[in-house]
Write a protein that binds this ligand. Structure first.
Ligand code: EPU
Length: 430
C-alpha cells in the first residue's frame, strides 16, 4: 500500500504551478458526451478521478485519445450504451454528471446511485428534482438511477439549497431541452461558470452562470470545440495553506487570484502577507499564525474543500480558533488523526474549537478522504520528526504529483510502498 513518508520542520519556499481544476474537468468531460463532433480539452489534471471518468466514457463507446500529459481529444459519435455500470464509475461521485449529459443528448441514462461518501450523507434529490421538472421519469431500482423521457422541456427550477452538482447537471440536461429553463438559487462556484462557458463554446445558450439565476435556452444540437480548463482553486489554496503552516514563502502560479479571495482574506487575518499579481498569488508567513474564525459556505464564501487545511494551520496558531463546517456534516474525521500529532481540537457537531499548540509531532496517520489527506500532509510537513500518511489513494484522486511539487518547494517527502522503504528514508534523512 502506497504511503507518504515525511520529515517535517522545513519552511516551504519557491514557486508551484497549479494544474487544471478537477471538479470543472469532471463536469466538462461528461458534457463532452453531448455532441457527435470531436472535443479537444487542455489543462486536464492527471488524477485518478479524471482517469476513472475517461475509462467510463470509453466503456460506453466514447473514443479517448491522450494528445499530451494534460490534454485529450474525445469523440462520442458512437455511444453504444446508456447504461453505465462499471467499477470505474462506482469509484467516483461525479458519475452523476453522466446522467445530465446522456439525458440531455439521448433522453435516457442508467447510472449507479453514487454511494455514501466519507465526508457525510450526500443526497442527489435536487438533481432528480431538476430532471423531473424537465419532464424526465426517474426510477431508482437495484442501486441504479434510471432516467428517461420522450422529450425534455424547459422549466423554472428552484434549488432548495445551493448545490454545485445539481446546478451543473440541470444546466447540461436543459441545454438540449425544448424551450427555456431558469435555475434559481444556483451555485456560483468557478467550476459552474467554467462548465457553462464550455457548453456555450459547444453552441449552448447559457446566461447568468456565476450568479444566483441561470437562464438556459435549449438548442437542438451541440458541436465540437477546443477548451482549456480553469486552474484548480483548491490545489492552489492547499499550497497557500502549506506556506502559512510551515512559515514558508510560496508563489502559486497559473491561478485566477479572484477565485482565491476568501482563502487570501483568511490568510491575511492569520498574519500572513498575500501578494497578488495577474496569474499568481504569493503567500509569505514569517511568524507564528494568529487565531481566527472560519465558516464554510458556498462560493464566494470560504470553501468546504479548504476546511481541513485551514484547521491544520489554525491548530498551530496562537489563541482559540473556531471552524464551522456548514456544507458536509462529517468533515472533521481527520481531527482524531491530527490529535495523534499533538493538536488540541474539540469537535462539537459541526464546529471545531481549536486551541493552538506550538508544534505538531510526527506520527503515523491515515487519510480519511481527499482534502483531509492533503491537510494531514501539511501537518506532517510542519511536525517535528517523521510522519507516515497512509491511504494516499484518496489524495491522488485530486492532487497530481503532490509529493514532487512539495519536494520542489524544499519538503522532505517520498512516496513509498513498504516498511523497509520507510527505514531507508529515515536513514537517508537522519
Ligand atoms: N445537497 C442536497 N441535495 C442534492 C445535492 C446536494 O441536499 O441533491 C446538499 C449536500 O448534502 C451538501 C450541499 O447540498 O450539504 C452542497 O453539495 P453540492 O451538491 O454542492 O456538492 P457536490 O456537487 O456533491 C461538489 C464537489 C465537492 C465539493 C462540493 C461543495 C465535485 C465532483 N465535487 O460536490 O468536492 O466539496 O461541490 O463545493 O465537484 C472534493 O473535491 O474534495 C469534493 C468533495
Amino acid at each position: 500500500m502506497e504511503q507518504f513518508v515525511i520529515k517535517g520542520g522545513r519552511p516551504l519556499v519557491g514557486t508551484v504551478e497549479i494544474g487544471g481544476a478537477k471538479n470543472a474537468a469532471l463536469a466538462i468531460l461528461a458534457a463532452s458526451l453531448m455532441t457527435s463532433e470531436t472535443i479537444s480539452i487542455d489543462n486536464l489534471p492527471n488524477v485518478t478521478d479524471i482517469n476513472a471518468l475517461l475509462e467510463a466514457i470509453e466503456r460506453i463507446g466514447g473514443h479517448v485519445e491522450h494528445t499530451g500529459p494534460h490534454s485529450v481529444k474525445l469523440n462520442c459519435a458512437h455511444i453504444d450504451s446508456f447504461n453505465i455500470d462499471c467499477d470505474c464509475i462506482r469509484k467516483i461521485r461525479a458519475s452523476y454528471y453522466l446522467l445530465g449529459a446522456l439525458l440531455g443528448r439521448y433522453k435516457r441514462a442508467t447510472v449507479p446511485l453514487p454511494g455514501g461518501c466519507n465526508i457525510g450523507n450526500r443526497p442527489i434529490d435536487l438533481h432528480l428534482k431538476g430532471f423531473r421538472s424537465l419532464g424526465a421519469k426517474i426510477d431508482i431500482s437495484h442501486g441504479m438511477i434510471v432516467a428517461d423521457s420522450e422529450e425534455l422541456t424547459g422549466a423554472h427550477i428552484y434549488l432548495d439549497s445551493v448545490s454545485v452538482g445539481a446546478t451543473i447537471n440541470i444546466m447540461m440536461a436543459a441545454s438540449m431541452a425544448k424551450g427555456n429553463t431558469v435555475i434559481e438559487n444556483a451555485a456560483k462556484e468557478p467550476h459552474v461558470v467554467d462548465t457553462a462557458n464550455f457548453l456555450n463554446s459547444m453552441g449552448a445558450s447559457i446566461k447568468g452562470a456565476g450568479t444566483d439565476v441561470i437562464r438556459i435556452k435549449g438548442v437542438e444540437k451541440l458541436h465540437g470545440t477546443e477548451y482549456t480548463i480553469i486552474p484548480d482553486q483548491i490545489e492552489a489554496g492547499t499550497f497557500m495553506l502549506a506556506a502559512a503552516a510551515t512559515k514558508g514563502d510560496i508563489t502559486v502560479k497559473n491561478v485566477i487570484p479572484k477565485h482565491l479571495e476568501s482563502i487570501s482574506a483568511k490568510l491575511i487575518e492569520m498574519g500572513c502577507q498575500v501578494h497578488e499579481s495577474d496569474d499568481a498569488v504569493r503567500v509569505v508567513a514569517t511568524r507564528r499564525l494568529q487565531n481566527t474564525h472560519v465558516k464554510t459556505l458556498p462560493y464566494p464564501g470560504y470553501p468546504t474543500d479548504m476546511q481541513p487545511q485551514i484547521t491544520v494551520a489554525l491548530g498551530l496558531a496562537s489563541g482559540i480558533s473556531i471552524v464551522t463546517e456548514s456544507i458536509f456534516e462529517s468533515r472533521f474525521k481527520y481531527v482524531d488523526e491530527l490529535t495523534r500529532m499533538g493538536a488540541s481540537i474539540k469537535v462539537e457537531g459541526s464546529t471545531a474549537i481549536i486551541e493552538g499548540v506550538e508544534r505538531y509531532t510526527g506520527a503515523t496517520v491515515s487519510a480519511p478522504d481527499l482534502r483531509a489527506g492533503a491537510a494531514l500532509v501539511i501537518a506532517a510537513l510542519t511536525a517535528e520528526g517523521y510522519s507516515t500518511v497512509e491511504d494516499i489513494k484518496y489524495i491522488e484522486r485530486g492532487y497530481e504529483d503532490v509529493e514532487v511539487k512539495l519536494r520542489e518547494l524544499g519538503a522532505v517527502i517520498e512516496k513509498v510502498e513498504e516498511e523497509k522503504d520507510i527505514q531507508k528514508f529515515k536513514l537517508k534523512h537522519a
